[in-house]
Design a protein around this ligand. Structure first.
Ligand code: XMP
Length: 516
């Protein structure tokens, strides 16, 4: 069955991915595309609706992301959100200005006009809570549009084109805090775009297995296996398709958590995945010796992974494919338009995909259309142990990016011991599932302390524990003081080399989750 789809044009908002997820939760397939995708490409995807996302830009900025007015002639329903609404007005000749008062957070939205039945605000009360995040607003509405809602500080908060299927709202229907956000999106997707709810994960898995089987035929596949949720689920799908023609390669960089390798090995055995472990500890330590710059560390590690996979693929007959657990957020990250990327580059996540050294191998990425929560749902169906599906993410470069500055054996050992204590205490206090990620960072900073009446001059470590839904934004976890005290006491007393532990109370943004 052909599935209906919706396109979201991404103007760089932190909530763009959230829109896609919400629409998929409604049961309709949605994809995020860079705002500068051509009209031809939009049409080739046959969308039944188009959403225009928010953006950190103003429409009147010199280098603001704009689109061609041609999009309004396609006869496809359009919904603009925040910047998307300002952009629609701007392109139709309206006037946008800085708001007198910036509006961030909760507001009360009042519907001015209820429109005809089964439309954008169908079933929504006249007054409801919405989530605002804007510094510009519409001053003069283009003559083709009518205002249909306002808030106390934004006189034009929702608009509709008088004759075409074009709508826009200043608030964010995709965030939880907007009381009737999902209903508004549902009204747009189901009533205005007339989509059927036919996006189903189970069907997706069966189709993917069939496609991989056909594509690989009698060839072999190697898979860069990290032991995380994404690579486990990818391995399972591919294993279902081609059995032991799959070869999982796990690289021990020496920057893993304690007993991680053994744990992964035993889970692979349980799932019957053929796995080979490459001991590259010495090699990784030697190529990173003396490196301080975080970006250099990441690049060196990425290249080394690629070269290992290349060599391993040459050792096995008939290998034609490299598989990896790339998920949709990684794809979006790397397909973001160059203008937005230049403005918002943060760090290069280690990812083997597309590295030039692996040109000879064709890529298989069964999860490249799925979000993390969708991957977890599939994982349950495929019988992957809960312990794997709900494990905290662990970055490819491992502990190397948690030792700030130069890396050596002693620092690795200090960090491993501290991480081990943290992991025990999270489990003992039943906090593991309550937080999204928890780890220790070792700083290249020493300070004076006193242990057993003796002066110490040792390293400072940082405890980072965060709560997040999608790892794009995060807040630090409000952990009980007793827990913090216990961790601090145990690490300082049991780990030689650390005499001070501090707790990172920064959110993302402005910080990132990892420190490098
Ligand atoms: P940041 O530090 O960018 O991290 O806020 C977001 C999430 O991604 C993880 N992370 C990585 N994962 N390779 C990975 O596979 C990497 O190079 C990498 N860097 C960060 C990080 O642990 C967090 O969950």
């Amino acid at each position: 069955m052909k599935k209906d789809s919706i396109i979201i044009l991404d103007f760089g908002s932190q909530y763009s991915q959230m829109i896609v997820r919400r629409i998929r939760e409604i049961g309709v397939y949605a994809i995020l595309c860079p705002y500068d995708i051509s009209i031809h490409n939009i049409l080739s995807k046959k969308p039944k609706g188009i959403l225009l996302s928010g953006s950190p830009f103003s429409v009147y900025d010199q280098d603001s992301p704009l689109i061609s007015k041609e999009i309004f002639q396609l006869n496809i329903p359009i919904l603009g959100i925040c910047y998307g609404m300002q952009l629609i007005s701007f392109l139709f000749g309206g006037k946008i200005e800085k708001s007198k008062s910036k509006e961030y957070g909760k507001s009360y939205f009042i519907i001015d006009s209820f429109l005809k039945k089964k439309n954008l605000f169908f079933g929504i009360p006249k007054k409801s809570i919405v989530w605002m995040s804007h510094f510009d607003e519409i001053k003069n509405l283009p003559k083709e549009f009518k205002k249909i809602g306002h808030t106390s500080s934004c006189s034009i908060a929702a608009i509709i084109h008088k004759t075409k299927n074009i709508y826009a709202v200043q608030f964010h229907p995709e965030v939880d805090n907007t009381e009737f956000g999902i209903s508004i999106l549902k009204n747009f997707i189901l009533h205005i775009c007339k989509c059927d709810q036919n996006w189903e994960l189970n069907q997706f898995v069966q189709n993917t297995i069939k496609k991989i089987k056909k594509r690989v035929a009698d060839k072999k596949v190697i898979l860069g296996f990290s032991g995380g949720v994404d690579s486990f689920v990818s391995a399972s799908i591919i294993h279902n398709a081609i059995g032991n023609a799959l070869n999982c390669i796990f690289v021990d960089t020496g920057f893993l958590l304690r007993k991680e390798k053994e744990k992964i090995f035993s889970f692979c055995k349980r799932m019957n995945f053929p796995i080979k472990i490459i001991d590259a500890k010495k090699r990784f330590l030697s190529i990173l010796t003396g490196i301080v710059d975080p970006e250099k560390k990441r690049k060196i590690i990425g290249n080394e992974f690629a070269s290992i996979f290349q060599k391993e693929s040459e050792k096995i007959d008939n290998v034609e494919f490299l598989a990896q657990g790339t998920i949709y957020s990684d794809v979006i990250e790397s397909s973001i338009s160059s203008k937005l990327r230049k403005n918002f580059f943060i760090k290069s996540h280690h990812n083997v995909g597309g590295l030039p050294q692996l040109k000879k191998l064709k890529l298989i990425e069964p999860l490249r259309k799925l979000f993390k929560d969708e991957v977890r749902k599939i994982g349950i169906e495929l019988g992957i142990p809960r312990e794997i599906l709900h494990s905290h993410p662990f970055p490819g470069p491992g502990l190397s990016i948690r030792i700030l500055g130069k890396i050596n054996k002693k620092k690795i050992s200090i960090l491993k011991k501290s991480e081990n204590i943290l992991s025990q205490e999270l489990t003992n206090s039943n906090l593991y599932d309550f937080v999204s990620q928890a780890f220790i960072i070792l700083l290249p900073v020493k300070s004076v302390g006193v242990k057993g009446d003796k002066r110490t001059y040792e390293y400072t470590a940082v405890l980072r524990v965060i709560k997040t839904e999608d790892f794009m934004t995060a807040t630090f976890s409000r952990l009980p003081y007793d827990f913090l005290e216990k961790i601090s006491n145990r690490i300082i007393n049991e780990v030689d080399g650390i005499n001070r532990l501090v707790y990172d109370i920064t959110s993302k943004p402005p910080a990132t989750i990892e420190w490098e």
